[in-house]
Design a binder for this molecule. Structure first.
Ligand SMILES: Nc1ncnc2c1ncn2[C@@H]1O[C@H](COP(=O)(O)OP(=O)(O)OP(=O)(O)O)[C@@H](O)[C@H]1O
Ligand SMILES: [Mg+2]
Length: 262
């Protein structure tokens, strides 16, 4: 890789013990991501995509090996160091948004900033900026239940970017959305990478979503394969990737969804 990696997974092994039996999910895994790269991560259900993302985001620790973000080895940090580190460095986007239902869009986005030593004015500016970037300036005081799925996910994205994190990690962010909202969310993520040079890790089952990434890796039986290696090994690639079809015409980022509430 030409540029210095912003993220490195070094010889990581992760096992879980269930009912006295140990299952190794990730086996001696290595991965590097460059600053400003948009990486797609695919793989069958249960292959360990979420497990890997959790290790990279400092939500869990490997049994062996190290995860480096920038110049820091996060696998060596204590839980309290990690919690602090995560607030500043990781923006997590979830499939089911994980918004607090009693808080407004504004308050949900403000939450991570409350953990940082910022003035009230700076905090307000950052929240308004993030919600503006995702095209939701007109929904500041709506609660999640008063927003469409696509709008809720845009709140989720605003919350992920509001701290200006080192890495944005998204675990199937379009998995619960209709096709049109999914395209809007992917356009938005593409725009974050292109115009703001954000580093994005996107886990997805959807080949069309993965096409937005600059590079796609596949998790299979605890190992990572690049697309070229998948083809060389005679493993089937998801259709849209192997054929290079561009199925969606791009929309302007932040185009407000026209779906009803609920
Ligand atoms: N906390 C845990 N305790 C025990 N086993 C776990 C735990 N978390 C994950 N696993 C196991 O690890 C394997 C990988 O799970 P993971 O959630 O990472 O898969 P995934 O690739 O994200 O799947 P999906 O596409 O369905 O989301 C599964 O067999 C799962 O049962
Ligand atoms: Mg998963």
């Amino acid at each position: 890789m030409a540029t210095t990696p912003i993220m490195q997974v070094r010889n990581v092994t992760k096992s879980f013990t269930r009912g006295g039996e140990s299952i190794t999910v990730l086996r001696d895994l290595n991965l590097e991501v460059a600053e400003g790269e948009f990486l797609g991560i695919m793989g069958p259900s249960g292959s360990g995509k979420t497990t890997m993302l959790n290790l990279i985001a400092g939500l869990d620790k490997p049994n062996r090996g190290e995860v480096w973000i920038g110049a820091q080895c996060i696998s060596k940090m204590s839980e309290s160091q990690l919690a602090k580190w995560r607030t500043r460095n990781i923006g997590f986007i979830f499939q089911f948004y994980h918004l607090l239902p009693v808080l407004t869009a504004y308050e949900n986005v403000e939450l991570p900033l409350l953990l940082l030593p910022l003035s009230a004015q700076t905090r307000k500016n950052q929240v308004l900026n993030a919600l503006d970037l995702v095209g939701l300036s007109d929904r500041l005081h709506h609660r999640p239940g008063q927003l469409s799925g696509g709008q809720q996910q845009r709140v989720g994205i605003a919350r992920a970017i509001v701290t200006d994190p080192t890495l944005i990690v998204a675990d199937e962010p379009t998995g619960d959305l209709d096709a049109r909202s999914a395209v809007e969310i992917l356009n938005l993520m593409g725009a974050l990478q292109k115009s703001m040079n954000k580093t994005i890790l996107l886990v997805t089952h959807d080949p069309h979503a993965a096409e937005r990434a600059q590079r796609v890796v596949h998790l299979e039986k605890g190992q990572l394969l690049e697309s070229a290696q998948m083809e060389a090994a005679g493993l089937a690639l998801p259709t849209a990737i192997s054929t290079g079809i561009q199925p969606h015409a791009p929309l302007a980022p932040g185009t407000p969804g026209e779906r009803g509430r609920g």
